[in-house]
Design a binder for this molecule. Structure first.
Ligand code: FES
Length: 107
């Protein structure tokens, strides 16, 4: 778990798997999740093992999450925004998710 060096001065709120969280405006999402005590954001497609942000610079792809309905976003490359809805990912992306959304059906 990471600890913030300074208190949050200008807060933005977002949700992760339905849980409301706060971050400092300007935080990258992966850092905000780790600072909030989140210990994994997805599961390995191969083994199902829990995975968490690792490199924090866009290289390892361990930080993949769904942001506002868009799968496979790298949380370390996205700045937290007010009202953002973030979901952890389980398994591989659904290649038909966009089709299901367009058809108004749940995948
Ligand atoms: S933490 Fe490595 S790509 Fe995001």
């Amino acid at each position: 778990m990471l600890n913030r060096l300074r208190e949050i001065e200008e807060a933005v709120s977002f949700t992760f798997d339905g849980k409301r969280m706060r971050a400092q405006r300007g935080d990258m999402l992966a850092s905000a999740l780790l600072a909030a005590g989140v210990d994994h954001v997805r599961q390995s497609v191969v083994s199902g093992a829990p995975r968490a942000p690792y490199c924090l610079m866009g290289v390892c792809f361990e930080c993949l999450v769904t942001i506002d309905g868009v799968q496979n976003r790298q949380a370390c490359l996205v700045e937290v925004e007010e009202g953002m809805t973030v979901l952890s990912q389980h398994g591989a992306m659904d290649p038909l998710a966009r089709f299901h959304e367009d058809e108004g059906r749940q995948p």
